[in-house]
Design a binder for this molecule. Structure first.
Ligand code: FES
Length: 174
């Protein structure tokens, strides 16, 4: 088996290949790849003995699934009513500007960040709310506070990169 499909096969097997678990399987697979590549959907259909149309149908029906690659950090700005009236839009604009997102794109060219707007996240008391990678919740955010959070991520990534470079001896004299 192609090595890149090994993990995929493990996920399918952990669910006993049950069609009723298709959504859970797609969720786990998306966590692994950060999106659902076309070849992966085809593999799932074949491995589970269901039609590719069924798999595509589920993958495109639910907004939680993405068929296009996303950045390492997915920043979701809530634009539900409560968040909108408390300033979601300036937060969204500030993020796009700070990350220099090309017009019409939601992911930075280096695949580090994706910025999206979502409808109510169910935490209206904390409006405006921004969630990073599904579990880092920022409440009562301002453009400044969220740009501060992004800055921290960028510094952390920079540190990791420097550490990797010094461990591999790469680019010391660059
Ligand atoms: S409107 Fe943003 S959490 Fe409800």
């Amino acid at each position: 088996m192609d090595r890149k499909f090994e993990r995929l096969q493990e996920i399918i097997e952990s669910h006993g290949g049950r069609v009723s678990h298709l959504i859970a399987i797609l969720q786990e697979v998306q966590e692994e790849y950060r999106y659902l590549p076309e070849e992966v959907l085809t593999y799932i259909a074949t491995a589970m003995n269901i039609s590719p149309a069924t798999v595509y149908g589920v993958a495109t029906f639910y907004t939680q699934f993405s068929l296009i690659p996303k950045g390492k950090y997915v920043i979701r700005v809530c634009d539900g009513t409560a968040c909108h009236v408390r300033g979601a839009e300036p937060i969204h604009f500030a993020l796009r500007e700070d990350l220099a997102l090309p017009k019409g794109d939601s992911t930075t060219p280096d695949m580090q960040f994706t910025v999206e707007t979502v409808s109510c996240l169910g935490a209206c008391g904390l409006a405006p709310v921004v969630v990073i990678n599904g579990d880092e919740v920022h409440g009562q955010t301002t453009p400044e506070s969220i740009l501060g959070a992004v800055k921290k991520i960028v510094s952390r990534e920079q540190l990791k990169e420097n550490k990797n470079s010094s461990e591999t001896g790469c680019c010391q004299n660059a």
